[in-house]
Write a protein that binds this ligand. Structure first.
Ligand SMILES: [Ca+2]
Ligand SMILES: [Ca+2]
Ligand SMILES: [Ca+2]
Length: 139
C-alpha cells in the first residue's frame, strides 16, 4: 500500500512538472503572435512581406544603439549568429546596413512561410523558422 501511494505521488509530481513546463510555451506563443497585430496594416490578421519588412526596419532602428548606419555584431547578438552575419554582410563595412538587414528579414520571411502563400500566419511564427523570423522583426 505504501509503495502504491509513493508511485501515485510521483505521477502527480510528474504531471505537475509537465503542466508547469508547458505553460510558458503557450504564453510565449500568444505573445509571438501579437507582433502581427502591431504591424498588420491591411488588417487581414497576417503579415505580408511589406509588413514584415517594416517590422524589421523598426528593429533595426531600435537595436542600432550607436545610431550609425549599420548593425554591428554586438548589436545583433542573441538575434542572429556570426555565420548569418557574415553571409548578409556583403558590403564589408562595420556591420549590416539597412539593405542587408532587410534582405535577411525577407529571407527569413519566406523560410517561415511554410504553406507558400503570401503571408505569415500566427501558427507559422510558432515553428523554428518562425522563431528565426521573429528574431529579426521582434523588439
Ligand atoms: Ca497584414
Ligand atoms: Ca550600429
Ligand atoms: Ca503562410
Amino acid at each position: 500500500m505504501k509503495s502504491k501511494i509513493a508511485v501515485g505521488l510521483a505521477g502527480v509530481a510528474a504531471a505537475g512538472f509537465m503542466a508547469f513546463a508547458a505553460a510558458p510555451a503557450v504564453e510565449a506563443g500568444h505573445h509571438q503572435c501579437s507582433i502581427i497585430g502591431k504591424f498588420d496594416r491591411n488588417r487581414d490578421g497576417k503579415l505580408n512581406v511589406f509588413e514584415a519588412k517594416r517590422a524589421g526596419k523598426a528593429v533595426f532602428a531600435a537595436i542600432n544603439k550607436d545610431g550609425d548606419r549599420t548593425l554591428e555584431p554586438s548589436e545583433v547578438s542573441g538575434r542572429i549568429g556570426p555565420e548569418t552575419f557574415d553571409k548578409y554582410n556583403r558590403i564589408k563595412r562595420k556591420g549590416l546596413d539597412r539593405v542587408e538587414w532587410t534582405r535577411l528579414v525577407k529571407a527569413r520571411f519566406y523560410a517561415a512561410n511554410r504553406d507558400g502563400d503570401r503571408t505569415i500566419e500566427c501558427d507559422e511564427l510558432k515553428t523554428k523558422a518562425g522563431h528565426r523570423l521573429l528574431a529579426v522583426i521582434w523588439h
